[in-house]
Ligand binder design. Structure first.
Ligand code: URP
Ligand code: ZN
Length: 454
C-alpha cells in the first residue's frame, strides 16, 4: 500500500520544510519536494503541518485502584488518543503486590488488545525483592525498558532503600525509572489536619499536598539517584519548587529527565472551589499561577523532556460519591485526546514555544528517551505514524463532546486551535477529516533501552 501526503509543511524537532511524504507499507519511503507515485492514494495537506505522531508518555487505561475502575479502557482511551494525534501511548502495567512483573505484562497485553493506537508499557513495580529483580532481564527481552516507582499509595509505594536498589538494577538493564514524587507520610498527617480544620471537600486536597510535599520528595529522589549513580525521571512534575530540586541535581551532573502534564500548565488550584471541584482531584494537585509560569519557562528553555497526560479518567458519579471526603475521591482526570490541541493553542499559538519544540516534547523527546527507535520524526525509514495537523481549526473543549468514555474533562471550557485532521498509523490511514475510519489497528511497540538525551 502506497500513500502520498502532498503540499504540507513537514515539521520535525530540528526544523521544517515544504515537502511531500511518500509512505510505503508501514514506513516513510521519501520526504521531498514534488514527489510522485502513480497509483498511490493521496492526502492533500495544503495549509497543514505534517508532524510525527504524538507519543503520550503517561496513561492509565483500564486501571482498577481497588475502589474504582477508570472510565476508559484501551478501546475508548486508544480511540480518543488517536483522534487527538497520539499514535502511541506508554501505559503503566502495574505489578500486584505478591504478583510478578510477567503477570502484569500479560494482563496489560490482554487489556490492550484491540487498541486503536500503538502502545508500550512502563512497568510499575509494587514490590521490590530478589524475585522482582530477577525478572528485569525478561522485561528487557519483552521490550519493557522503563519502570515506574511510587513514593505514595498503600499497595504501590516503595521505601527509599527499595527505590535505591531498583534504580541500580534498572540502570544495569539500560532502563529508565520514573518516580511519582510526594511525601506520603507527611501528606497523610496533613490530610487529617486539613479535615480537622473543616476542609473536607475538594479544597482540602491542595491544602493537604502543598508544593513542599512534592519538592521534598523530588529532592530525596535526586539524592537517592545520585547515590545509585543512575538516571531518573520525575513524572507529572507540578511545582516550581520541585523543578528547582531537579535543576540542582542536574547542576551536580546528574542525568535527570522531567515530565509535566497539560493540567499543570493550564489549570490552577482555584478549580477546587468550583461547584464541580471534585473533578480536578488528581495527584499531585493543581498549583498556582507562579508554578504554571515556571513550568512554561522550563518548557521553553528545554528543561522539560516530555509531556504526558496522566489520563486516568473517572466519571462525575465516581468522583461525586466522595465529594464530602476529598481523600477518597478517585484521583485523576481525562486528557489523552486534547494534549496536542492544548499545547498547540497555549504553547505554540501563544508564542511560548515553537512548533518544533512541540514536536520535540510530544514526539521526538519521548521516542528517544523511551527507546522507541524509528519513531518521533517524519523522515525516510521511520515508522509511518504521521499526523496532518490543521492549524485553521477552532473549537472549545466540553465535558461530553469527547471521544473518551468519561463524562468530564478538566479542560472543559478551554478554547483550542488546531486538530489532527488526518492520522496515519503504521502506514494505514486511520483518521480522516477528524473521524476514526479504521479502529483497532494499534500494535505493541517493544522498546530498546532509553537513549541518553541529556
Ligand atoms: O491522580 C492521578 N495522577 N492519578 C493517577 C495515578 C498517578 O498517581 O499517576
Ligand atoms: Zn499517573
Amino acid at each position: 500500500m502506497e500513500l502520498l501526503i502532498q503540499n504540507g509543511i513537514v515539521v520535525n524537532a530540528d526544523g521544517r520544510m515544504q515537502a511531500d511524504v511518500l509512505v510505503q507499507g508501514d514506513r516513510i519511503a521519501a520526504v521531498g519536494a514534488g514527489l510522485s507515485c502513480p497509483g498511490a492514494a493521496r492526502i492533500d495537506a495544503e495549509g497543514c503541518f505534517v508532524l510525527p505522531g504524538f507519543i503520550d508518555t503517561h496513561t492509565h487505561f483500564d486501571l482498577d485502584t481497588g475502589s474504582a475502575r477508570t472510565a476508559d479502557d484501551f478501546i475508548t482511551g486508544g480511540r480518543a488518543a488517536l483522534l487527538g494525534g497520539t499514535t502511541a501511548v506508554l501505559d503503566f502495567a502495574t505489578q500486584a503486590r505478591g504478583g510478578t512483573l510477567q503477570e502484569a505484562f500479560d494482563a496489560w497485553s490482554e487489556k490492550a488488545r484491540g487498541c486503536s493506537c500503538n502502545y508500550g508499557f512502563h512497568m510499575a513495580i509494587a514490590q521490590w525483592d530478589a524475585r522482582t529483580e530477577a525478572e528485569l532481564p525478561q522485561m528487557t527481552r519483552l521490550g519493557v525498558t522503563s519502570y515506574k516507582l511510587y513514593m505514595v499509595y498503600d499497595g504501590l509505594r516503595l521505601d527509599d532503600g527499595a527505590i535505591y536498589a531498583a534504580l541500580k538494577a534498572a540502570k544495569r538493564e539500560g532502563a529508565l525509572v520514573g518516580v511519582h514524587c510526594e511525601n506520603w507520610d507527611v501528606l497523610n498527617r496533613r490530610i487529617a489536619e486539613v479535615k480537622a480544620a473543616g476542609f473536607t471537600g475538594p479544597t482540602g486536597h491542595p491544602r493537604s499536598r502543598p508544593a513542599p510535599v512534592e519538592a521534598e520528595a523530588v529532592a530525596r529522589l535526586m539524592r537517592i539517584a545520585e547515590l545509585a549513580e543512575a538516571p531518573v525521571s520525575v513524572v507529572h512534575l507540578s511545582t516550581a519548587e520541585g523543578l528547582s530540586e531537579a535543576r540542582r541535581a542536574r547542576a551536580r551532573g546528574q542525568e535527570v529527565y522531567l515530565e509535566t502534564c497539560p493540567q499543570y500548565l493550564l489549570l490552577t488550584e482555584d478549580c477546587y472551589a468550583a461547584p464541580d471541584g471534585e473533578k480536578y482531584v488528581m495527584s499531585p494537585p493543581l498549583r498556582t499561577e507562579a508554578d504554571k509560569a515556571a513550568l512554561w519557562a522550563a518548557l521553553a528553555a528545554g528543561e522539560i523532556d516530555y509531556i504526558g497526560t496522566d489520563h486516568c479518567s473517572f466519571t462525575m458519579a465516581q468522583k461525586r460519591a466522595y465529594a464530602h471526603d476529598f481523600a477518597r475521591i478517585p484521583n485523576g482526570g481525562a486528557g489523552v485526546q486534547h494534549r496536542g490541541q492544548l499545547l498547540y493553542t497555549y504553547g505554540v499559538c501563544a508564542g511560548r514555544i515553537t512548533l518544533e519544540q512541540m514536536v520535540q516534547l510530544l514526539s521526538a523527546g519521548p521516542a528517544r528517551c523511551f527507546g522507541m527507535d524509528g519513531r518521533g520524526a517524519v523522515a525516510p525509514g521511520m515508522a509511518a505514524d504521521v499526523v496532518v495537523w490543521d492549524p485553521g481549526f477552532t473549537g472549545v473543549i466540553t465535558d461530553t463532546g469527547t471521544a473518551h468514555n468519561c463524562d468530564n474533562s478538566p479542560f472543559a471550557g478551554l478554547a483550542v486551535r488546531g486538530r489532527a485532521r488526518e492520522v496515519l498509523l503504521n502506514g494505514q490511514h486511520v483518521v480522516a477529516e477528524g473521524a476514526l475510519i479504521a479502529p483497532g489497528c494499534g500494535r505493541y511497540i517493544p522498546r530498546k533501552g532509553y537513549g541518553r538525551c541529556r
